[in-house]
Design a protein around this ligand. Structure first.
Ligand code: MF3
Ligand code: CO
Length: 263
């Protein structure tokens, strides 16, 4: 069987643009994270992100994407992904997932992190720690010659061993001139063989992990995904290039690779 993924292999110049796009995203996430605190309306985070996009002279990637109305996704507590920034004020004990993308030189950067608001429950803290670590377990599998589904298998095994669950409804993706390129990167084991990873592929790996069931539903705004059981969810995402030297995380800020927790 012939496999068509030549179109998804990036050259050095394209990877350089993706690296820069993702560096800017990571810088914005650093600044947004610094602002996360009890009493802050999530719209303030949106305003900060938009101001930084203007400063960097880049376009937010999500704004206008399939009609999405904001630069950021701000997903609080049981919101899994695609929550709208709003007048909602963050309060002690919340967790907030921020997903951000920009377009630089025609290439998309895409990354997400989850922060605690003040002091959070032990379960919420563990959820964020396991979700972040699961992302790194997945990244470790992003190597030429591996099956694309090895990534999700590794994420799922780690997450379920910790007693949490993997959202099935949303997956990671190839990323390049378009935000969503092939292949899809599920965060679970689909039970079949997938595409073989090759050097030059760039993928966004983004585990969305829940305390309770993995089922989600979409609110009446047609975007906000929430857990059906109302329990918390967390989300971490990096854009990663597959290189002969191994996985290269592109979404690295000027502070370096920011890890909220380390195992
Ligand atoms: N990181 C998300 C994704 O890869 C962000 C998309 S939000 C959208 O799907 F609004 F742009 F769809
Ligand atoms: Co993404």
């Amino acid at each position: 069987m012939k496999k068509h993924h030549g179109a998804f292999i990036k050259n050095e110049r394209e990877i350089a643009s993706l690296r820069e796009a993702n560096r800017l995203v990571a810088n914005i996430l650093d600044a947004v994270g610094d602002m996360v605190a009890p009493g802050v309306p999530t719209m303030r985070l949106e305003e900060l992100a938009r101001g930084m996009c203007d400063g960097y002279k880049v376009k937010p990637a999500f704004l206008g994407y399939q009609g999405y109305p904001f630069a950021l996704c701000c997903s609080v507590n049981e919101q899994v992904v695609h929550g709208f920034p709003s007048a909602r004020v963050l309060k002690e004990g919340d967790i907030v997932s921020i997903d951000m993308g920009v377009v630089f030189e025609g290439f998309v950067g895409d990354s997400a992190r989850t922060w605690p608001v003040g002091t959070v429950s032990d379960t919420a803290a563990k959820l964020m720690r396991i979700t972040e670590e699961s992302l790194y377990r997945g990244i470790e599998k992003a190597r030429a010659g591996n099956d694309v589904y090895d990534i999700g298998a590794s994420i799922q095994e780690y997450v379920e061993a910790a007693g949490f669950n993997v959202v099935r409804r949303f997956v990671g993706h190839g990323v390049g001139a378009k935000m969503h390129e092939k292949p899809e990167i599920p965060n679970f084991r689909p039970g079949m063989r997938g595409m073989t990873l090759q050097n030059g592929m760039v993928i966004a790996i983004e585990p969305m992990i829940t305390v309770g069931g993995h089922e989600v539903k979409i609110l009446d705004d047609n975007w906000t995904a929430v857990t059906c059981d109302g329990q918390y969810a967390a989300h971490f995402e990096h854009s990663v290039a597959i290189t002969p030297a191994g996985p290269e995380i592109l979404s690295v800020s000027d502070r370096g690779l920011v890890r909220h927790c380390s195992e």
